[in-house]
Design a protein around this ligand. Sequence first.
Ligand code: FES
Length: 276
Amino acid sequence: MSSAAAIAVEQPESFAFSPENRARAERIVAKYPPGRQASAVLPLLDLAQRQSDNWLPRAAMDHVAEFLSMPRIRVYEVATFYTMFNKTPVGKHFVQICTTTPCWLRGSADLVHACERKLGISMGETTPDNQFTVIEAECLGACVNAPMVQIGDHYYEDLDGPGMEALLDALARGEVPAPGSQIGRSTSCSVKGPTTLLHVPKRQASEPEAAPAAEPDLATAAADDAAATVDAGAGVETAGADIGTETADSGESGSPKTKPRSRARAKSKTDAGTAD
Ligand code: FES
């Protein structure tokens, strides 16, 4: 085994985007106003890292700096700030185990031990065949399905020790295990199934009946909100926030609950310069 930190990193003499990645880089830069091309530094570093077997040689950072007409030091600052960029080579399968509190409480230590036992390496190390690198990571934003790991671009959630070992076995066989919850949980639903929003609440008898209570047209409301999202631009958040309450008691009635929300949405669209 060899420690990634202890490897004498052999830096390539040069780096240049492949023709395909160069075209991609140019498309990315074109999204920004003239003079603001430095804003593309993150996606271009990501492109460079993917082209370099998931790590960023210094020559690659220099190439990005030249591509964006930036001082090299500014690119180094970005690359060394974000943990998504690897400054040393990593194995083919880059395993990041979240060990932050929610995952730790749900058993991330078992995942660490499983990797160490199965691969014969410690955290931060790479297997001698360069197949696996395993590191500890801070919260990866999937706490609801803790504990979890990120392998390459995929999240594997609701893991335990045996499940982690099974994942490593599958990767070693050249398979790509299905990402997501490993216990079949749907999105971030409770492990025992949905506990809320099981049905649309019925109208209370004490509420005024201005019009016959129509069953809410969920599809129409969702399409309406999708259109608002597309049209509204700056009003996206306001329109999106309405989705839950819109579907809960929508309909064409003039219910007291409907009017204030409709005004909010109309304002949202007006702010964005659109009309219904
Ligand atoms: S604590 Fe592990 S994903 Fe957030």
